[in-house]
Design a protein around this ligand. Structure first.
Ligand code: HEM
Length: 380
């Protein structure tokens, strides 16, 4: 990739791997995220369309629709004029983390994926949206097959039973959320779902279908990504124990550690859902209108033209302007939450785990070209 910053094979996507090219293209209005443009450009192996039966969520829309929906969602997530919903969740996130770590008990070995990183973000999204506590187990039971259904490991082969389970779970989750939206429309509370259906900003509120599409988007975009940031993070810290020790002494270091992790070991390795809606020239190569384009964030993050000694994990480096959360209008909507979740999780794990060590290195990985992270991370 490094030798060919614009890589293309007949019939395939244009694969872009240098930092500045990726950044420029993420800000270029001639690059579309629209699901319809993507479908018109034809299939490739990484872009299975979302089959939710819902309208496209804003990650798969271009302006002006993207901007309208994102603004409404944002007015609930982090309005500039009051402490954001995310800041106010700090204490609650700490409690969820403590509860999960307490659950390890006295066992000699834990799987950080199953016992910690996986359940954490679902619980957080439930609290954010305003799912009643007593419904959280039901909610999680629907989310499990949906998330697993997105995983190529479980999706491949003749596993149609699995696909069916995922489809059923989507239906049930959709119906459950629709009921909750109806309740919140009649009787708003202090939660994000209520804000979405009662928003009084210049863009008005979302329709019920838009709220459902947005809720499912938050759930899916914020799940596996957060799981991987935490597990990639713990793996990297265990391989660089000096930072684990420093983090134990100084939880504030988690801010720089998480930024460097998003550069060094980004959960989202590449963005495959883009189409050119005009001819674009990158480094002398003309990418014709209608072509699919893959932006390899992970390669941009290790571009030696942009970062000094890019393959070294160094939270003390002066400049960590990574691409791990994307850039431009589609840059990660959940970024403040993702950062806070990872900072709290890693600093608490560093504080509470007594002399942790990896049981196997490298751990087994998920077979997924877009999302990188271990399937299990056994720690003794
Ligand atoms: C978009 C990464 C966590 C919600 C993105 C994009 C990246 C990303 C790279 C850009 C995609 C593109 O350009 O097409 C990550 C990583 C996370 C994380 C590495 C965790 C560590 C979250 C969380 C949420 C979330 C916790 C929600 C609660 C979204 C949404 C978008 C997005 C809604 C679409 C934004 C738009 O289209 O305007 N994320 N994300 N993400 N992320 Fe995240």
């Amino acid at each position: 990739l490094r030798k060919t910053p614009v890589l293309h094979e007949e019939g395939g996507p244009y694969v872009i791997s240098s930092y500045w090219d990726i950044k420029n293209l993420l800000h270029d209005p001639r690059i579309s995220s629209d699901a319809a443009n993507l479908a018109a450009a034809g299939d490739d192996e990484l872009s299975e369309p979302e089959q939710t039966g819902l309208p496209p969520s804003f990650i798969r829309l271009d302006p002006p629709e993207h901007d309208r929906l994102r603004r409404i969602a944002n007015s609930s997530f982090g309005p500039p004029h009051r402490p954001t919903r995310i800041d106010s969740m700090r204490g609650e996130l700490g409690q969820i983390v403590t509860g999960l770590i307490d659950g390890f008990g006295d066992t000699r070995q834990i799987d950080l994926v199953d016992q910690f990183a996986y359940p954490f973000p679902v619980t957080v999204i439930c609290r954010l949206l305003g799912v009643p506590r007593e419904d959280e187990p039901r909610f999680r039971a629907w989310v499990d097959p949906i998330v697993a259904g997105l995983d190529p490991d479980t999706r491949t082969g003749a596993d149609s039973v699995f696909k069916q389970t995922a489809q059923d779970a989507r239906m049930q989750l959709g119906m459950y959320l629709a009921g909750l939206v109806e309740e919140r429309t009649k009787e708003p509370r202090e939660d994000m779902l209520s804000d979405l259906v009662t928003s009084h900003g210049p863009d008005g509120a979302m329709t019920t279908m838009e709220v459902l599409a947005t809720s499912v988007l938050l759930l899916i975009a914020g799940h596996e990504t957060t799981v991987n940031l935490i597990t990639n993070g713990m793996l990297t810290l265990l391989r660089h124990p000096e930072y684990l020790h420093r983090l134990r002494e100084d939880p504030g270091l988690s801010v720089r550690i998480v930024e460097e992790l998003l550069r060094y070991e980004p959960p989202v390795q590449l963005v495959p859902q883009r189409t050119c809606i005009a001819d674009i020239t990158v480094r002398g190569v003309t990418i014709p209108k209608g072509s699919r384009i893959w932006l390899v964030l992970a390669a941009g993050n290790r571009d030696p033209e942009r970062f000094e000694d890019p393959d070294r994990f160094d939270p003390d480096r002066g400049d960590i302007q990574h691409l791990g959360l994307g850039s431009g209008i589609h840059s990660c909507f959940g970024a403040p939450l993702a950062r806070l979740e990872a900072q709290i999780a890693l600093s608490e794990l560093a504080r509470r785990l007594d002399n942790p060590r990896l049981v196997e290195d490298p751990p087994p990985y998920r077979q997924n070209a877009v999302l990188r992270g271990p399937r299990h991370l056994n720690i003794a």
